[in-house]
Write a protein that binds this ligand. Structure first.
Ligand code: ADP
Length: 444
């Protein structure tokens, strides 16, 4: 304000002094003419500066600021400062918006921004994938025309968005989505979607598993209960009936015991907290002892041969023994009497490999990919009658996975099967003689 008064005073002083000098030299008429000309020029300069400012305001740019002096110069400088501040804050806002969009686009969850009329304002690539939409084409379209599942329409109308809704994903895929609407602002909404197919699959595996276990336990329990009722009803049960019933009940109890043991083994193998107790294993000795034990179910019915190289394995003894036992007993159970079974252990392309081969009933190709699923059997009653739990190959697969190995199954219906367990070369262990030189064994 003081600047302004100072400038006015100095302009008035120039006009006054100019008019005075002109008046003294040329007379009062020229003094008046001088003042008139002075005012006209001052007004013209001011109007020109105003016009330049108006032109600049129509399309303001920091680089093309009018370059005026005096009062107009001050206004320009201030406008220039305001414009620069605005440009900086707009740049930082648009950077923040860009980063927000980048974050939105990187999110594995789908996000769709809906306006008050449920039309799409923005969506990220995950939402495009989940619902089979494209932002470019579907922007501005009503979401209800694009997600046509009745459950979604109902969810949108009900306006109770506290709980998410399970929806089928787009197209033929069996993708399951959990979607949730989040209202915000002025009747706008965020539509969030998450791919929960994996959880859904796990949940269905869990349901199947419980149903299978219950079913497996129900059969022997029903049989045992039947015998117990028969025995309690028969007042003078003869010794023969009594013995026979006890034998059959023992069979069923053993079956339940095998099932529970396999279930416990499987749950230990699946529990990541259960540590792998590694130790160097004399594999030829381990396989031999499994074969000796297996003779109790083989009863000389098959010719069992073995070719075992002297390699040792760094692994969990309990787990590897369980895997070998399962493969050998399967070979015995699924090979008709008189068949041949061969167990080999040795190096193949540098990797330690155990193979159990039989010339038994074999497996049709469509079953092979599913054999390691829990409770999957080619012939349910055949497996049960031979004492199978349906968990053997699932156990083998888990044991190998915990040892970074893999199970290969080659089989041909009617000709026989070969189950190959391949361990990584890093699991080869020095034989005990070498070990003794590394780790001195202390006398007790
Ligand atoms: P089970 O207790 O039923 O034997 P497994 O998981 O050990 O369960 O095996 C799954 C299925 O794989 C068996 O029911 C059987 O149909 C098939 N199978 C396993 N080993 C053999 C084999 N050596 N020969 C033919 N079929 C086999």
């Amino acid at each position: 304000m003081r600047d302004w008064i100072g400038r006015l005073v100095s302009l008035a002083a120039i006009a006054g002094v100019g008019a005075l000098v002109t008046g003294v030299i040329l007379g009062p008429v020229f003094a008046a003419l001088f003042l008139f000309a002075y005012l006209v020029i001052a007004m013209a300069l001011s109007l020109a500066a105003r016009a330049r400012l108006a032109r600049w305001l129509a399309n303001p740019s920091v680089d093309e600021m009018p370059d005026d002096e005096g009062a107009w110069g001050d206004i320009h400088a201030r406008l220039h400062r305001i414009l620069r501040q605005q440009t900086t804050s707009r740049a930082s806002l648009s950077h923040a918006l860009w980063r927000f969009r980048q974050a939105g686009e990187a999110m594995p969850d789908g996000v769709i921004v809906l306006d008050a009329a449920n039309r799409i304002e923005w969506m990220n690539p995950s939402a495009e994938r989940h619902f089979g939409l494209t932002f470019k084409d579907d922007r501005g379209r009503a979401i209800t025309n694009l997600i046509r599942q009745p459950a979604f329409g109902g969810y949108l109308d009900a306006q109770h968005y506290g709980e998410p809704l399970a929806l089928k994903g787009s197209g033929e895929s069996d993708r399951v989505l959990s979607v949730q609407l989040v209202p915000y602002g002025d009747h706008e909404k965020l539509l969030l979607s998450r791919d929960v197919s994996r959880w859904e699959r796990l949940e269905s595996v869990r349901r199947d598993f419980i149903a299978n276990v219950s079913h497996e336990l129900r059969t022997p329990l029903t049989v045992m209960k039947g015998f117990l009722e028969t025995l309690s009803d028969a007042r003078d049960a003869d010794e023969k009936l009594f013995r026979r019933s006890l034998e059959l009940m023992t069979d069923q109890a053993e079956r339940m015991q095998r099932l529970v043991e396999d279930l416990l083994m499987l749950s230990r193998l699946e529990d990541s907290r259960y540590p792998l107790r590694e130790e160097p294993i004399d594999m030829p000795a381990l396989v031999q002892s499994v074969l000796v034990e297996a003779e109790s179910i083989n009863r000389g019915e098959h010719r069992i041969a073995s070719r075992l190289d002297p390699q040792w394995l760094l692994a969990s003894r309990e787990e590897v023994r369980s895997a070998v036992t399962n493969l050998v007993t399967n070979a015995i159970r699924y090979t008709p009497a008189g068949g041949d079974i061969t167990v080999t252990w040795g190096l193949e392309e540098g990797d330690p490999v155990l193979r159990v081969r039989d010339n038994g009933e074999g497996i049709a190709p469509e079953h092979i990919p599913r054999l390691t699923e829990r409770f999957y059997r080619v012939d349910r009653s055949r497996s049960r009658s031979s004492g199978g739990t349906g968990l053997g190959l699932a156990i083998v697969k888990h044991v190998l996975a915990r040892h970074q190995g893999q199970l290969d199954i080659a089989s041909e219906a009617g000709k026989g099967s070969a189950f190959t367990c391949r361990f990584p070369a890093s699991r080869l262990a020095p034989a005990s003689a070498d070990l003794a030189s590394v780790t001195p064994i202390r006398a007790a």
